[in-house]
Design a protein around this ligand. Structure first.
Ligand code: ATP
Length: 459
């Protein structure tokens, strides 16, 4: 089944039923577009992050990790341009009092990019062409810009409170620490600094479940390189990012690369490629790889007292490095993985099953141990503990028929089911069942780990 034919509501209900994602603040009527992650959701998320960290930090010997704060000195946002530029063009329909992103309305109707249009042109086009929208007649206001940063304050006395912001991206926390990290770790250009952390954007049009929310998490790498090697590094990280997504088990038909045209580029970027994913609600950006040039370091050099720069001993020159940034949202990537892996399979004429065909390394539980009868619970739990101690995330289920238990595990993506039965005490063996093929094999208990490692994609 293609992603565009999958039913988003069915997926959302499934995720609630099985403990992946719940509406936030549900008992108080919820908070719009805000979702909490349940016990299985957080296991999946941890596996996604673990894999990103491995691919972008651990396996790249020149890259290091970092963790900066959500609330930074507000001068950071002045220097980076976020206070001036991080704003969406809003237009209001006076008839239904609803506000919309003017650029989104234009793009939705014309299927063309709007970034080359000025606000006046955009407003004129909407006023002339969009006489009905969102099931309502229209009477449009002028376009106003709305800054996406959440405001907060620090300090206890009202009058002296400091105006601060929640970060809209994690990148700036890395840029302002460039000298600290480079010196402390004695890093030689090129090198990367990556982090995983929360970002906040007061999005005008959040929605599509966890695709666009106001609080979300990002995994960002800032790769600093020589100004004349930026294009090679950019190509390398576009390719690497694509492979990262495919290695998570996402089908290659579900993604496509979109290169930004010149008039569409952000004010800081020389080149940008988006990796888009086909969601049930259409194609959308999953990950962006941008060549941010020396824009950010230069901006902080201009506005702060400290210069962020690199002294290259070989050429005896001071350099302001260029930055290549692969950036992806954890929540959006989780949604893509869920959509791509969710399927309903017809087993025979009467019977079907829901499976999340997750890649082994992402499965919330790699294994579930099932005692055939409750009397075998103790021995089964011992196997579970043994596997968990060996870092194979394992679960245990003793309620209902074996068939029902298999279905439950298929529905949450568990890769292997191990059944402990009457013969297990005698032959020290169990039956192991593969989620996708449903094939079963009898193996010795002391060979379970070898078997799993040999037959699963652990990379
Ligand atoms: P969009 O055009 O969808 O608003 P963007 O181009 O503003 O995204 P970036 O600033 O490039 O996004 O952020 C990098 C990544 O962070 C995106 O590719 C996406 O995966 C994620 N992301 C950005 N905004 C959100 C959001 N509001 N909710 C969830 N994830 C987000």
């Amino acid at each position: 089944m293609k992603n565009k034919d999958k039913d988003m509501n069915e997926i959302i209900n499934h995720l609630k039923t099985f403990g992946f994602v719940f509406q936030s603040s549900e008992i108080y009527g919820g908070l719009s577009n805000t979702w909490d992650y349940g016990p299985l959701g957080i296991l999946l998320i941890n596996n996604i992050k673990k894999n990103w960290w491995k691919k972008f930090i651990t396996l790249e010997s020149k890259n290091v990790g970092f963790d900066s704060k959500v609330i930074l000195n507000s001068k950071v946002w002045q220097s980076s341009g976020h206070l001036q530029n991080f704003a969406d063009p809003l237009i209001e329909n006076k008839i239904n009092n609803k506000r919309y992103r003017a650029d989104h309305i234009y793009e939705e109707i014309t299927k063309q990019n709007s970034s080359s249009l000025t606000d006046q042109e955009l407003e004129k086009w909407i006023k002339e062409n969009v006489k009905e929208y969102d099931n309502s007649k229209t009477d449009w206001t002028e376009i106003k810009h709305f800054n996406l940063m959440f405001k907060t304050a620090q300090g206890v006395v009202e009058q002296t409170k400091n105006q601060l912001y929640l970060r809209p991206e994690t990148a700036q926390g890395i840029f302002i620490n460039f000298n600290n990290v480079q010196r402390a770790m004695r890093l030689k250009l090129p090198f990367g600094i990556g982090q995983i952390g929360k970002s906040f954007r007061n999005e005008v049009t959040p929605g599509n479940f966890i695709f666009r929310t106001r609080e979300f998490e990002q995994m960002e790498l800032e790769y600093f390189t020589f100004p004349n090697d930026d294009e090679n590094a950019y190509k390398y990280y576009v390719e690497k990012s694509k492979n990262f997504i495919l290695d998570l088990g996402i089908n290659k038909e579900s993604i496509r690369l979109r290169i930004h045209s010149e008039d569409e580029l952000a004010h800081y970027a020389k080149a940008t490629t988006d990796i888009e994913f086909e969601f049930p609600f259409g194609w959308g950006e999953l990950m962006g790889i941008a060549n941010r040039t020396d824009f950010d370091l230069k901006a902080h050099n201009k506005f702060s007292d400290i210069e962020l720069k690199y002294f290259d001993q070989e050429s005896n020159q001071t350099i302001i490095p260029y930055v290549i940034e692969p950036s992806v949202g954890v929540d959006r990537l989780m949604l893509a993985i869920i959509v791509d892996s969710f399927c309903i399979e017809q087993i025979d004429q009467k019977d079907s099953r829901i499976i999340m065909k997750l890649d082994y390394k992402l499965c919330p539980y790699k294994v579930c141990v099932l005692p055939l009868v409750k009397a075998q619970s103790l021995q089964s739990k011992k196997i579970m503990e043994y596997l968990n101690e060996n870092d194979i995330e394992t679960n245990f289920d003793e309620s209902g028929s074996i068939g029902k238990r298999y279905r439950r595990q298929d529905a949450i993506g568990t890769f292997w089911c191990i059944t402990y039965d009457y013969d297990s005490d005698i032959d020290n063996s169990v039956t192991i069942r593969n989620r996708d093929t449903m094939k079963q094999e009898r193996i010795k208990i002391d060979q379970i780990i070898d078997y799993i490692n040999k037959n699963s994609n652990t990379k």
